[in-house]
Design a protein around this ligand. Structure first.
Ligand code: WTA
Length: 656
């Protein structure tokens, strides 16, 4: 398929990579899949501090859905990520906070971090938060968000971070689903010079209906005036000042939950993906070490949001578990100008830089001069995550950002996999633009024929991607809904974990991810379900039916197209209605879920039994009007012409 890029010379020396040849990788990978219990038991002892040793390395299987690792073992995530480094390297910087304004830089040492985490852990204890309780964190990208997460884990509480781009409605749903009693938030967020009324959104969420929240901890970030509800809201700084800077860690079982993270699936309601402590932490750390070839003197930066899994694993847990210096980036790639990322790399001498294809494409479009004026010579490994990276963007990243001297790691994984499952290793894997290449240790990917589930052996095959053996960091369940976990991941192809993605293994054995095969839309790396957006649209009293599908977009990868039919009595102005519908989606889910186009149509393409044919809509929005295929099962084939006309009219209006 595409051309092969050898490992750049720069990667092979100073420092020497952990895995320096492809043969070495293959040998270790083989060992990891032949003898996973030995492989991971050894790693777990090396990477983690255990309060009580484990006896059984692995148990359970995909058929029963009762996967467990490191049974009997007890540990504490906060101890592993903070205390042990605060003892060994107290003055080492744990977090570099690059604020929204580039002048706002805060450096927090491991010793500072320990004290802050202890104080907030004590605050939580004073509010009667105990082991196993769920705490909602809804915060901007500030170090206190990381402190809050670690404070929960310190006392065995389970955090559920909600991305601060979610609306009050979405936040409310998550608060209710996880039965949280405490919400931790901030007065305001700041991104790209704009303010986000974080606390106000929390207030709005809490006024929506019944929930169990009786305490809200509010961190002062911008210092704006916010309304504080008596007997419920507490200032972070006041509570923290009064709390002791020491709090013992609560050892938890390796299989006790570490966090919940809500993500979108095929059906309407988001699911609380549950990760446990031992296996997750182990692979968070191992993947940072091997996939980013992390060395102790490195400065590691990942620009994801803490509200998504990438922020959890690759800003917080992975790097801190290794005692690294991790950069927390509050801003956007183009604020105050499109040099922002590269200035940051230059300023902090970043060695590993991890971002998303949408950001890379956006910066590529704005021209090379923004990159060229910065000194990026500190970089060794540059990563991409969240969606397929197109070869053009890959090459630009490799040549302009990496100066053809850095390893590009196109890392494939999911909220549910907990850590990266397919990726090159910087010093070992020759890469191909657009390919996530080969599996990480312990991962046995298979490509299945979608309808029969037969394993497609050999190279040069395309199908759906599954994984054939459990691995330590995989999600264990969906909160309060194990059936949904089974039905989504383990039942579709019995004996396998089903990723929901399509994939190709090319003639050289390289894996290319082709994107989702289910009803999940990936816009700029943000996961959304079509059903979730449809439910939001139908909330508008004028809308009768809605069908949402993914279109292609040069910048965001995929984008949202929504088709709506209206109730017969509706006489609203169509322009006005369109605006209302966009607002409705923003309000119900969040601004990032805004459809690119909404078409108000007479009818939707349906089978005679009334099933909406989304396939037809997909062909229409992707301009494949001559490839609509078999329409013999349609109730009314004539509707296709109407839909194409509406689509063309919409595009003509945009061009005007
Ligand atoms: C997609 C993000 C292609 C994929 C870590 C997956 C990718 C979904 C890649 C998970 C990649 C992630 N190449 N596609 N390197 N990485 N994806 O749960 O469709 O937010 O199923 O986790 O993102 O998204 P999630």
């Amino acid at each position: 398929m595409s051309e092969l890029y050898p490992v750049p010379e720069r990667l092979l020396k100073d420092p020497k990579p952990y895995i320096a040849t492809f043969d070495e990788y293959k040998k270790l990978w083989q060992e990891s899949v032949d003898k996973p219990a030995e492989f991971f038991a050894k790693a777990a002892k090396e990477y983690l501090h255990w309060d009580k040793p484990f006896q059984t390395t692995m148990a359970g299987d995909f058929l029963s859905g009762n996967i467990a690792w490191f049974l009997e073992g007890e540990l504490n995530a906060s101890y592993n990520c903070v205390d042990r480094h605060a003892f060994a390297t107290p003055d080492k910087v744990a977090i570099i906070h690059e604020g929204d304004d580039p002048k706002d830089v805060r450096k927090i040492t491991y010793n500072d971090l320990l004290q802050q985490v202890c104080r907030i852990a004590n605050v939580l204890k004073s509010l009667d938060v105990r082991k196993g309780d769920n705490v909602i964190i809804y915060m901007p990208m500030i170090p206190e968000a990381m402190v809050a997460m670690l404070a929960c884990t310190r006392i065995g509480a389970v955090h559920s971070v909600v991305f601060a781009g979610f609306s009050a409605d979405s936040l409310y749903d998550r608060i209710v689903d996880c039965e949280a009693r405490v919400v931790i938030t901030a007065d305001e967020g700041k991104r790209g010079g704009k303010f986000v009324a974080t606390k106000r959104i929390v207030d709005e969420a809490l006024s929506k209906g019944i929930h169990a929240v009786d305490r809200v901890i509010v961190c002062k970030h911008t210092g704006t005036d916010v309304a504080m509800t008596l007997n419920r809201d507490l200032w972070w700084h006041e509570q923290s000042e009064n709390a002791r800077p020491f709090c013992p860690t609560v050892p938890v079982n390796a299989e006790d939950p570490l966090f919940l993270l809500y993500t979108s699936g095929s059906t309407g309601t988001p699911k609380g993906v549950l990760h446990t402590t031992g296996g997750y932490l182990l692979e968070a750390a191992m993947t940072v070490k091997y996939i980013f070839d992390y060395h102790p003197e490195d400065i590691y930066a990942c620009t994801a949001d803490l509200g998504w899994i990438t922020g959890h694993t690759y800003i917080l847990y992975g790097p801190l578990c290794l005692g690294a210096t991790t950069v927390l980036f509050e801003s956007t790639p183009t604020y105050p100008d499109p040099s922002r990322f590269w200035n940051m790399v230059d300023k902090h001498k970043v060695t590993q830089f991890y971002t998303a294809p949408t950001a890379i494409r956006a910066l590529q479009r704005l021209g090379d001069e923004w990159v060229e004026k910065c000194d990026l010579s500190s970089l060794r490994v540059i990563g991409s995550v969240g969606e397929p990276i197109n070869p053009e963007a890959w090459k630009w990243y490799y040549e302009k950002v990496g100066h053809s001297q850095c390893a590009v790691v196109d890392t494939y994984w999911q909220t549910e996999t907990g850590s990266i499952v397919i990726s090159p290793l910087p010093g070992a894997t020759p890469t191909k633009p657009g390919s996530a290449t080969f599996p990480f240790f312990g991962i046995q990917p298979v490509i299945l024929e979608p309808t029969t589930g037969e394993v497609l052996q050999g190279n040069g095959v395309t199908g759906v991607l599954a994984i054939s053996k459990p691995w330590p960091s995989m999600a264990r369940t969906v909160y309060n809904n194990h059936y949904r976990y089974m039905d989504t991941y383990l039942k579709p192809y019995p004996g396998y974990y089903f990723t929901g993605d399509g994939a190709t293994r090319d003639n050289d054995g390289y894996i290319f991810i082709n994107g989702r095969v289910d009803d999940v839309i990936n816009v700029s790396g943000h996961r959304l379900s079509t059903a979730e957006i449809e439910s939001a649209l139908i909330l508008n009293s004028d809308v009768s039916e809605a069908a949402v599908i993914a279109g292609f977009d040069d910048l965001t990868g995929q984008c949202i197209h929504a088709f709506c039919t209206l109730k017969p009595s509706v006489t609203s102005d169509p322009e006005q209605l369109m605006k209302e519908l966009v607002l409705q989606v923003r309000k119900t889910i969040g601004p990032f879920a805004k459809p690119k186009a909404i078409y108000v149509v007479m009818d939707l393409p349906k089978t005679r039994s009334g099933k909406i044919l989304r396939r037809v809509l997909r062909k229409i929005v992707n301009n494949e009007h001559d490839q609509i295929g078999d329409t013999s099962t349609m109730a009314d084939e004539g509707i296709i012409h109407h839909l194409i006309a509406m689509f063309n009219r919409h595009n003509a209006n945009i061009r005007k």
